[in-house]
Design a protein around this ligand. Structure first.
Ligand code: ATP
Length: 353
């Protein structure tokens, strides 16, 4: 029996609902396989905890978390806590604390899902987001607060080491895919220091991967290419902020924010990696039981791949595709199914296979 210890952090809003659904699906998969099991340990790290106790992560929390095989994360964000506090105190504390420097975001139109984009069937991208530095380095400050001459700075930090490792990761990922194509996205015309370093290191690293075909875009231009020529791209590598924006666009183009998954990887495996749906806590639909759980199921597929459970990952992905093809869809995709309907349907499908 292969057993994996999973730390579960549902967090806020619909994170609670979709992660609960994801656990059910993973348990159904384990039960069906017979030689696989998951030990889930729940953590109540959320905005509610912050409001009650003044902290998202208790003392020694990261140390405890470091002993798990993977982290299954829902969402963080609350109307009662400023976003920059919730993001930095929980999600970024884990990503940066565990050196999860590669954020991987696949985008594909699943069977039966209607994209509003013409030609969307050809979307099959993986966006690689640098996840440890850049615009999210937390390097800045505010002085003269509250006075008319107040100043705020937000300094992006790009290190050669940080840039090189994300490029190598992206090249290796591109190399593992049939098309072997990698697009570099920066803004090195206007931002002439850190972004130029990104470009230079990219072309240096490219020499080690001659079988990968490469091209380069400015971040503004790539948005039009994603919409007008989606078939021309495969793997995309970009900075922390740029890739964050591009992956929301990619998710919307491929059908809904409710479908897309993310992996925050520590490729050296010195700490556990964290897996989460790309969407946030979505207050507008939280507690109504209508959140689309498919993003958390696809997230579970990425977690299984990382845990070396490739057969289970393939089984779950096939079940997800049968589910979307069946037309049973939540409101965000134009259907009327609830989170529970979708979860029950996929568990029943796994059971039948
Ligand atoms: P964040 O800042 O954390 O990215 P956000 O509030 O900007 O979060 P989301 O919470 O991701 O954005 O959601 C944006 C909108 O997309 C929501 O208001 C919701 O209507 C829709 N949405 C997001 N995720 C889902 C889902 N799983 N199922 C259905 N609708 C969703």
């Amino acid at each position: 029996m292969r057993s994996h210890r999973i730390a579960v952090i549902p967090g806020d809003g619909i994170g609670q609902e979709v992660i609960e659904a994801g656990k059910k699906v993973l348990s159904a998969l384990a039960e069906k396989s017979g030689d696989l099991c998951f030990e889930f340990v729940d953590f109540d790290w959320s905005s509610q905890r912050y409001l009650e106790k003044g902290e998202y992560i208790p003392a020694g929390g990261l140390d405890k978390l470091s002993r798990f095989d993977a982290i299954y994360f829902g969402a963080v964000g609350s109307q009662d806590v400023p976003d920059h506090i919730s993001l930095w105190e929980l999600r970024l504390a884990i990503c940066q604390g565990f050196d999860q420097y590669a954020n991987v975001r696949p985008a594909r139109v699943l069977p039966g899902v209607n994209s509003r984009l013409k030609g969307a069937e050809s979307i099959d991208w993986i966006i690689v987001r640098e996840n440890s530095e850049g615009e999210y380095s937390g390097n800045g400050g505010r002085v003269h607060q509250g006075f008319p001459d107040e100043v705020g700075t937000e300094v992006s930090v790009f290190t050669k080491k940080g840039v090189e490792r994300i490029h190598r990761f992206a090249f290796q990922l591109a190399q593992s895919r049939p098309r072997k194509q990698l697009t570099l996205v920066t803004k090195s015309n206007a931002q002439r220091y850190g972004m130029v370093l990104w470009d230079e290191v990219f072309f240096e690293v490219a020499k080690d991967y001659p079988d990968v075909s490469i091209d380069r875009e400015l971040v503004d231009a790539v948005t039009t290419r994603m919409v007008l020529k989606p078939e021309t791209m495969d793997v995309i590598v970009a900075t922390n902020l740029h890739a964050d924006i591009l992956s929301d666009l990619a998710a919307a183009l491929s059908g809904s924010l409710g479908i897309a998954p993310t992996a925050n990887l520590n490729p050296a495996r010195t700490f556990p990696s964290m897996f989460e749906p790309i969407h946030g806590s979505a207050f507008d639909i939280a507690g109504k039981g209508i959140a689309n759980p498919v993003g958390s199921f696809w997230t579970a597929v990425m977690m299984l791949e990382h845990l070396g459970e490739s057969t289970a990952a393939e089984r779950l992905m096939a079940a997800i595709e049968r589910l979307t093809a069946s037309g049973l869809q939540t409101k965000d995709l134009g259907g009327t199914a609830t989170t529970r309907d979708v979860t029950q349907a996929i568990c029943a499908d796994i059971e039948r296979q």
